[in-house]
Write a protein that binds this ligand. Structure first.
Ligand SMILES: [Zn+2]
Length: 204
């Protein structure tokens, strides 16, 4: 698995936090969701976690990263944290996610100004951190996007095995699966091969 930056966190720490992200992925699997999980860490403490909830919410944007970000935003909003303070807080946070952030999530992480990202397996269809686009390496002052350090390949095998077990067990929510495809051709989506989405090729 390719790494896109060396990263600043020691190996043992990366593995420990990625294990927690994998646990979130397992919770997603138990809930019959595509198993992707993440944790957000500040000062070596997990301050938020998230798992994919696209099927449950019937909302294609409810990826693990968005869930974890929203937990913090809600909490900070309740505590009256200012916009500037939110930006400062995110700039000290590191995200561990089992699968490379998609383009949407990579853009969001760049906008909130996350410090660093570690991911497990690559996302060949929609990866926003090197596979398709490299949103982590390009700043856009107009959109106030910031670069962030991003390193892939942390426990990639475990992340892939998790995804594989989801596809192998079959998907009881097959009729809802089009919700998590964001680049498919509508009705062709469930015929799998014609769909270019991340989840194409899964068993029906
Ligand atoms: Zn995403």
């Amino acid at each position: 698995m390719e790494s896109f930056a060396e990263g600043t966190v020691p190996e043992t720490e990366r593995v420990a936090f990625m294990n927690l992200a994998l646990e979130q992925g397992k919770l997603a699997l138990d809930s019959l969701e595509v198993p992707v999980g993440c944790v957000i860490v500040e000062d070596q403490k997990v301050i938020s976690s998230g798992r994919n909830r696209t099927t449950e919410t019937r909302n294609a944007t409810r990826h693990a990263e968005m869930e974890a970000i929203d937990v913090l935003l809600e909490q900070w909003q309740k505590n009256g944290v200012t916009r500037e303070e939110v930006a400062l807080k995110f700039s000290k946070c590191t995200l561990y996610v089992t699968c490379e952030p998609c383009i949407m999530c990579a853009a969001a992480l760049s906008i909130i100004g996350i410090k660093e990202v570690y991911y497990g397996c690559g996302n060949d269809k929609f990866g926003g951190c090197g596979s398709i686009l490299s949103l982590h390496t390009s700043s856009s002052p107009k959109l106030t996007r910031k670069e962030f350090k991003c390193t892939g390949g942390i426990m990639a095998t475990e992340a892939i095995n998790l995804l594989r077990s989801f596809y192998e067990q079959g998907n009881p929510n097959g009729n809802l699966m089009e919700n998590i495809h964001f680049n498919c051709n509508g009705s062709n989506c469930r015929t799998l091969r014609q769909c270019s989405c991340l989840y194409a090729g899964r068993p029906t």
